[in-house]
Design a protein around this ligand. Structure first.
Ligand SMILES: Cc1cc2nc3c(=O)[nH]c(=O)nc-3n(C[C@H](O)[C@H](O)[C@H](O)COP(=O)(O)O)c2cc1C
Length: 131
């Protein structure tokens, strides 16, 4: 199984329909057996994807050609024996979310993730919060 972690930036001026990305991703990833986590503050995206080699390769190709984001940098790409994410989830802090509630949700999503994956998510979230 392959696990990939990348970061990207929302294309300035692009109308980002987060709900649309969520709906398409849930549909495709369930079909293809892809699990992982997409975090966004609507300016940056950080995504972990895991699944079969073929499923990750084709998801990455589709994602790379998506003009809604740019500057995709793969941070980690490795073989894994067992999944670290139980499902595919999207995390963004909604207006009704308290910081504590959001942190709790992230902790839950990342509870099975390896230290390097968890550290990358936590680092980016802290950096964006400080910006
Ligand atoms: C930040 C970001 C993350 C995305 N993540 C996924 C994903 O995990 N799975 C997926 O199938 N599409 C994802 N997409 C959407 C793809 O780029 C593409 O639009 C979609 O796969 C096309 O699916 P369709 O051919 O079924 O319409 C993502 C797009 C963006 C901008």
């Amino acid at each position: 199984m392959r696990q990939l972690l990348y970061i990207s930036t929302a294309t300035p001026g692009a109308a980002i329909d987060i709900s649309g990305i969520l709906a398409t991703s849930l549909r495709n990833n369930r079909r293809d057996g892809v699990t992982g986590l997409l975090w966004t503050d609507e300016r940056r995206f950080l995504q972990a994807l895991e699944g079969s080699e073929d499923a990750i390769q084709s998801a990455l190709l589709r994602i790379k050609f998506d003009t809604r984001h740019r500057g995709i940098v793969v941070l980690q790409d490795r073989a894994i024996a067992i999944r670290e994410f139980g499902a595919w989830e999207m995390a963004r802090r909604g207006p009704a979310d308290t910081a504590d509630a959001f942190d709790g949700r992230m902790r839950q999503y990342l509870s099975g993730a390896s230290p390097s994956v968890r550290g990358t998510f936590e680092g980016l979230i802290a950096a964006r919060r400080a910006a």
